[in-house]
Design a protein around this ligand. Structure first.
Ligand code: ADP
Length: 294
């Protein structure tokens, strides 16, 4: 497990990371979410040792990170860094060889991965001749080709079309299932919502919320319910302690003041006819995000 504890970073007088702490667990995809300038890239660069911090510590399985640990990480930087004139397959093979694989193993790993990422037709093309989306896929291959146990990806989905997003999501999920700890930053909440197991929300250099998706949903769940039944739900509008937010005849979504009100509403609904469902509504990631960054 990768653990960040109290990471602080200043640029001059400006505090851009303030006591940032969270963990990235093996076998899980951790989404690192925040607006522009929140501190995601700075945090990742500090973990990778590309930037010094002004305090705090990063550990791997309890021990401070070594240069060797960091070399073993898979990293996709924000500024994409492949050699433009190099051919795609050759480039990824070259990177695998830098990690010590034989030519045969490097070639087979690189071609399998590029194929999985949908670049099988592009092996012999130069990086610069690829579309931006395909360059991004190649960049992802560069981060993954040596089968890293820790993967740190800065905005891996930005600029990808929906089909490519699906491809990359599939590859990352496979890596996590095989035991890798994956941290990826993103400002695309819909993708993060679908993909991540764990979530870290950062704003203005501070972690506003961190935990598993389920934990966060439970922690930020409002007292919102949806009732669907035989009887018209219009009566809810006049019920004390209830605010209807959506109404559609036999179905309504509403907020209640407290759990006792919810129970009273359920009894009231049953008195009026059969109830087919009475379900607490979980907040979406976008709702949680809006709430915690304020
Ligand atoms: P994010 O990746 O979440 O968009 P960054 O980590 O890139 O955010 O930036 C965090 C803050 O640090 C921003 O306010 C940014 O302007 C500032 N910053 C980043 N790099 C530098 C730098 N080299 N010098 C001064 N300020 C910087």
């Amino acid at each position: 497990m990768l653990q960040l504890r109290g990471i602080t970073k200043r640029y001059g007088e400006r505090l851009v990371l303030d006591d940032v702490s969270f963990e990235v667990r093996p076998g899980r995809l951790t989404g690192f979410v925040g607006g522009n300038g929140a501190g995601k890239t700075t945090t990742m660069r500090i973990v990778l040792g590309l930037l010094s911090d002004n305090g705090g510590q990063t550990t791997l399985d309890g021990a401070p990170l070594t240069a060797e640990d960091r070399r073993s990480f898979g990293y996709m930087p924000e500024e994409r860094g492949l050699y433009p004139k190099m051919k795609v397959l050759e480039h990824i093979v070259y990177l695998a060889r830098l990690h010590g694989f034989t030519k045969e193993t490097a070639t087979s790993k690189a071609s399998d991965l590029l194929e999985q990422l949908g670049l099988q037709e592009r092996f012999g093309d130069t990086v610069e001749s690829l579309s931006l989306g395909n360059q991004q896929r190649a960049q992802i291959a560069a981060a993954l080709v040596h089968d890293p146990q820790i993967l740190i990806l800065d905005e891996p989905f930005s600029g990808l079309d929906p089909l490519a997003v699906e491809t990359v999501v599939g590859v990352l999920q496979e890596r996590a299932s095989a035991g890798a700890a994956v941290l990826f930053s993103s400002h695309q909440l819909d993708v993060v919502e679908r993909l991540c197991d764990d979530l870290v929300i950062i704003a203005d250099g501070t972690v506003r919320a961190a935990g598993s998706r389920e934990e966060l949903r439970a922690a930020y769940s409002s007292n919102r319910y949806r009732l669907t039944g035989e009887a018209d739900t219009g009566w809810l509008r006049h019920e004390p302690g209830v605010r209807v937010v959506e109404f559609d005849g036999g179905s309504a979504q509403f907020d209640v003041d407290d759990a006792a009100t919810a129970q009273r509403v359920l009894r009231g609904a049953l008195d009026r006819g059969a109830v087919s469902s009475f379900v607490p509504q979980q907040p979406s990631l976008a709702q949680i995000f809006t709430e915690v960054i304020q």
